[in-house]
Design a protein around this ligand. Structure first.
Ligand SMILES: C[S@@+](CC[C@H](N)C(=O)[O-])C[C@H]1O[C@@H](n2cnc3c(N)ncnc32)[C@H](O)[C@@H]1O
Length: 272
């Protein structure tokens, strides 16, 4: 059910979750399942539930999920990123048969949420997705919430990191990174998300992403003073100097990932 959603059915839900990030999220959730890493799933900024649904699909019977969104309070949506809609969100949860007795909802701004509230609602968090307000103060607040509620083996996914159309996200991340006393470090970047976990767990999460599908997207491994980050982000930064074949391959990789993967496997020699 989870993989069908991540690879196919997500296309029927309005929102933002690109295929590479869907593969990364699926691989992280599968790794947590295999290694009995327990805890809740939280998302700040759910819109119509596109990326919240797979988090709910991955819950065990004794685990809970929490969504935090402004929903009807869109006057507080300071950067107009998405537009949470509770009726559409509920309908989508129903379409995918999510057990809503395992779902908690906070309708309001994440700046009014405390770590204590999250811990009381759903306990420690093993997957914390941040995709709410895109102002630096909100991103910093949301990272602090994630940091203070994350379980030992938990993962944070931060949306829109290093996106030039949302520069305050990167600014807010840097503010948090500068001041955090935690051992939380980035370990991978996807097409539109940065993934973080505690330093000790980074090697195993990086290894968990070495799948046949993601292997086609891994384009850089970058070692810093404190972390090693695998990049799965496809950026056509050399576009006007690339050979036509390469440009076509890049376009397929970004916009038609399923066709790209199929052709790559079928005509391996031809494309290499
Ligand atoms: C980009 S959309 C989220 C997309 C979603 N993650 C998906 O899978 O498609 C951003 C969402 O954040 C919500 N939002 C904006 N500012 C917020 C805040 N301060 N607190 C909580 N939610 C916020 C908006 O209502 C909107 O639904």
């Amino acid at each position: 059910m989870l993989w069908n959603y991540l690879r196919r059915d997500k296309k029927t839900v309005c929102g933002w979750l690109q295929r590479v990030d869907a593969e990364i999220i699926g691989s992280i959730l599968a790794f947590q399942h295999q290694n009995k890493i327990a805890g809740s799933c939280v998302e700040i900024g759910v819109h119509h539930g596109k990326s919240f649904i797979p988090l709910c699909m991955a819950l065990r019977n004794d685990e809970l999920a929490l969504c935090i969104d402004l929903f009807d309070e869109q006057s507080k949506n300071l950067d107009a990123s998405g537009k949470g809609d509770k009726a559409k969100f509920d309908k989508n949860l129903g379409r995918f048969r999510i057990d809503t007795s395992q779902v908690r909802v906070f309708a309001g701004s994440s700046v009014d949420v405390t770590p204590g509230y999250i811990l009381r609602q759903v306990g420690q968090v093993r997957f914390f997705s941040i995709d709410g307000g895109h102002w630096r103060s909100i991103v910093r607040n949301d990272l602090q919430l994630a940091e203070q509620t994350l379980s030992d083996g938990g993962v944070i996914a931060l949306d829109d990191y290093c996106r030039s159309d949302w520069p305050d996200v990167t600014y807010g991340y840097s503010l948090w990174q500068n001041e955090t006393k935690s051992d939380i470090v980035p370990f991978a970047s996807g097409s539109n998300k940065l993934y973080l976990c505690r330093k000790d767990h980074a090697p195993e999460y990086r290894a968990a992403l070495h799948t046949p599908y993601l292997a086609h997207y891994l384009n850089n491994s970058y070692k810093t003073e404190e972390a090693e980050i695998d990049s799965y982000r496809v950026e056509p930064f050399n576009q006007d100097e690339e050979r036509t074949k390469m440009a076509l391959e890049l376009a397929l990789k970004i916009f038609r990932p399923d066709i790209f993967f199929h052709l790559k496997n079928r005509f391996r020699r031809l494309l290499n």
